[in-house]
Design a protein around this ligand. Structure first.
Ligand code: SF4
Ligand code: SF4
Length: 392
């Protein structure tokens, strides 16, 4: 995640102490010194929607082999002992999971910040209150366009209105919530409207996700935006971030899943303010770029462990066989070991890039669509000149 607001305006946000902690880049595992990784837990495959890009390939029915309550509590105990700072409850749709509130509360009581990633359509005022009472740190609601655009993509009429209502229901009672928006060819034209919506609805946090080709998203590779569109999207996001700060709004704007954005933001700042650009570069270097398999990990509803929520074809182990902490610190799996020291393994443009220290080869899940896990990330929209390549 790249906090655009923090980098361009200096405004601090929750999570920046992890994101920009000194020497993160050289840390072997964990989100910051003495900590375990941020863990995304796809706790159920059940979902009331059927989005085109769903990486979890969710469906309506509950999988009878989901982790039991007892297994889930044991899992949280282990994460707590491993000093995992944040547990992201995701799905499927986590609000379809019968034990969600109990598990949120349990994680919170064990010193882990529980956050929820949801389609928002099930957040009634009563549900918002239950989320807050359970100690939920943040609720991220996914929206993929405005009105019919979102509903078409999300596979349900009225999903957009219900998601916005879900955010409002949270904010009304002081439950921090924000929106998540995936940039794709389907959603690209709605980006300006979404940026305006953030301001109109006083949504305190918005995360703009780049498309990762995984799950149902794999067929969507052709649906990713062009390089020019990706750059335009960043320009719109930057302009809105600066506008909101000028209006003294404390909205946090972040981009997710493409660390080429860090280079783009640095170049943007360098063209305007060399001194501030040096500060931006320092923060980006502290962060170190993509840290799948070290600072972020994922567990699915069966207890399988993956380097991140998109890299589903690389199973590192199962918490049904041994604790997450043990799997995470065992370097006998070649992908775990490779991700912790990936620079010598990268190929193509990424291997020759001058920005490896702030991008780290970007997203391996996208690269592996080519058939080679260590190939270049195809979604890098930077020119050869921008990454320091001179081709004759
Ligand atoms: S709401 Fe989320 S889990 Fe449900 S189908 Fe859409 S992307 Fe998948
Ligand atoms: S070439 Fe690779 S490492 Fe360099 S910025 Fe692009 S994606 Fe990142």
């Amino acid at each position: 995640m790249i906090n655009v607001t923090k980098l361009l305006t200096g405004l601090e946000a929750e999570g920046d102490h992890l994101r920009y902690a000194p020497q993160n880049q050289s840390r072997h595992h964990g989100a910051a010194a003495g900590m375990g990784p941020v863990v995304v837990w796809n706790m159920t495959r059940s979902c009331n929607l059927s989005c085109l890009h769903c990486y979890a390939e969710a469906c309506k029915e509950r999988d009878p082999a989901e982790l039991t309550l007892e297994e889930s509590l044991r899992f949280i105990d282990d994460l707590s002992a491993f000093r995992v700072p944040v547990l992201l409850f995701s799905g499927g749709e986590p609000l379809m999971h019968k034990d969600l509130f109990q598990l949120l509360e349990y994680a919170s009581s064990k010193g882990i910040r529980p956050v929820v990633s949801t389609n928002g359509t099930l957040i009634t005022p009563a549900v918002a209150k239950r989320l807050k009472d359970a100690g939920t740190g943040y609720v991220g609601v996914s929206i993929d366009g405005v009105a019919e655009g979102n509903d078409r993509f999300r596979g349900q009429t009225g999903a957009y209105e219900r998601a916005i209502t879900g955010i409002r229901n949270c904010l009304e009672i002081g439950q921090k919530a924000g929106l998540r928006f995936t940039i794709s060819r389907h959603t690209y034209n709605d980006l300006p409207k979404i940026l305006d919506l953030i301001e109109e609805e006083s949504i305190p946090r918005a995360c703009f996700y780049h498309l990762v080709y995984s799950g149902r998203g794999q067929q969507l590779q052709q649906e990713d935006v062009t390089r020019k569109e990706a750059r335009n999207a960043l320009d719109l996001i930057i302009a809105k971030t600066m506008e909101l700060r000028k209006k003294e709004r404390s909205t946090e704007i972040l981009t997710v899943d493409n660390h080429a954005d860090g280079v783009y933001l640095y170049n943007w700042m360098k063209a305007r303010d060399e001194h501030q650009a040096a500060h931006v570069l320092d923060l980006l270097r502290r962060n170190g770029g993509n840290r799948s398999g070290s600072a972020i990990g994922c567990v699915d509803w069966h207890g399988n462990v993956y380097p991140d929520q998109f890299t589903r074809d690389v199973r590192l182990g199962s918490i049904r066989e041994r604790p997450f902490s043990e799997i995470w610190t065992d370097l006998s799996h070649p992908v775990t070991a490779g991700l912790r020291n990936r620079k010598p393994l990268l190929k193509g443009r990424c291997s020759e890039c001058g920005w490896l220290d702030i991008c780290n080869g970007n997203f391996r899940a996208r690269a592996s669509v080519s058939g080679d896990f260590w190939a270049s990330d195809p979604s890098c929209y930077l020119t050869d000149g921008e990454i320091g390549l001179v081709r004759n």
